[in-house]
Design a binder for this molecule. Structure first.
Ligand code: PMP
Length: 389
């Protein structure tokens, strides 16, 4: 028999009738993740790296053990995973540490989250924009034609939080590497629904957040291979990221701690480990439920889908003649949590001509969602339409 995954998430027992369809924004937490953080504070809490007593040794083991779990989850080595505060910090770290100079180019796609746009704008590099098709697929022909010797990095969402389709990662990697550019993958949505192996993907950097993957807020991972990691300029500096310090000169540490200055979010890292344990134990693929939702939603009068049929984990749409916000508020009052707006991806909504009228409505799925949730949400949308039209 299939496990009732909802029972593993206390939010549902504490909020009877809750239909949570906003996992692309953030996922709910299973008891095992909550327990991991709570038990660490209650039983094992101390700081890492500093003490010589048994308690701190336990903390060290748990913190580095969490790194090992996250590394294994994406097919990386222990030392190739840097703990960040989330995808946003991972991309900001790269924007700083890659030391861009005037004349360098960074290519991103048209369908990026602001976290993969704004950090590059803060560098001296020129930003160039790779178009996407109406289903969110990246335009490889454009890339092959427009990439130059000046392009130092191609950074793109493996799966956009608006289209939900996994793009041709291998195609981008091939063209970028041939031109001598590095490749960064914003895998924030991808890792929630697809098992990945960084070595097979062949990318140079991967950024994602724990909180969309059933883990805590305030923690995420940035993958980078050791040969790049130990050469890059640290983002934050201070304690724990050094080999030696004098007033004249500081030598930075090698290894992931090079990028983990100060006391890190230890409890969150440990709970992140529990989250990847959880994600590894279930079927994270949501294409079946996504197709079901699309089929059910197709019966809503005036609906227009923005995400393609090949999406995994979300359906984005608009409904003729009504405001997305009005719908989201009305269904929200009935316990159906859905998102309306630009989803931190204003440029792609502008391209689609959807930036002025409340963007899109988005239903997104996590481990706990089932067909019954979709049925309730679709009924609530139809009822809201009756009241609004
Ligand atoms: N990239 C994508 C594709 C996302 O969906 C998100 C979160 N919506 C981010 C980056 C940023 O993640 P965070 O806010 O956790 O740093």
């Amino acid at each position: 028999m299939k496990k009732d995954l909802k029972k593993l998430f206390p939010i549902f027992a504490n909020n009877p009738g809750l239909v949570y369809l906003d996992s692309a924004a953030t996922a709910q937490k299973p008891q095992s993740v909550i327990d991991a953080e709570l038990n660490f504070y209650a039983r094992d809490y101390s700081n890492i790296h500093r003490g010589l007593y048994p308690l701190t040794k336990r903390t060290n083991l748990a913190y580095q053990g969490a790194r090992e779990k996250v590394a294994k989850f994406i097919g990386a080595q222990w030392g190739e995973v840097i703990f960040t505060s989330g995808a946003t910090m991972g991309l900001n770290l790269l924007a700083h540490s890659l030391d861009f100079k005037k004349g360098d180019e960074v290519i991103i796609s048209e369908a990026e989250h602001h976290a993969n746009i704004v950090p590059w704008q803060q560098t001296p590099a020129t930003l160039r924009i790779m178009p996407v098709a109406s289903d969110g697929e990246v335009d490889l022909k454009w890339l092959a034609k427009n990439i130059t010797k000046k392009t130092r990095l191609v950074s793109f969402a493996a799966q956009s939080n608006v289209f939900g389709k996994v793009v041709d990662i291998a195609g981008v990697v091939k063209i970028a590497h041939k031109a001598g550019a590095l490749v960064a993958l914003d895998a924030t949505q991808l890792v929630c629904h697809t098992r990945i192996d960084v070595k097979k993907l062949g990318v140079d950097f991967i950024a994602f957040s724990a909180h969309k993957l059933y883990g805590p807020t305030g923690i995420g991972a940035l993958y980078m291979p050791a040969k790049l990691r130990d050469k890059l300029r640290p983002f934050l500096t201070g304690g724990d990221m050094i080999r030696t310090v004098s007033f004249e000169k500081t030598e930075f540490a090698f290894g992931p701690q090079r990028f983990e200055a100060g006391t890190p979010p230890i409890a969150q890292a440990i709970a992140f480990g529990a989250a990847v344990d959880f994600a590894s134990s279930i079927d994270i693929d949501k294409t079946g439920l996504t197709k079901y939702a699309r089929k059910k939603l197709a019966a809503v009068p005036g609906i227009k889908f923005i995400s393609p049929e090949t999406a995994n984990g979300l359906v984005a749409f608009i409904i003729d003649g009504v405001s997305n916000f009005d719908i989201a508020v009305k269904v929200g009052a009935k316990g159906v949590c859905m998102r309306a707006g630009l989803h931190c991806a204003e440029p792609i909504h502008a391209k689609l001509g959807l930036d002025k009228n409340g963007g899109t409505l988005r239903m997104s799925f996590g481990a706990y969602n089932d067909k019954a949730d979709v049925d309730i949400a679709v009924a609530a949308i139809k009822q809201a339409l009756k009241e609004l039209r």
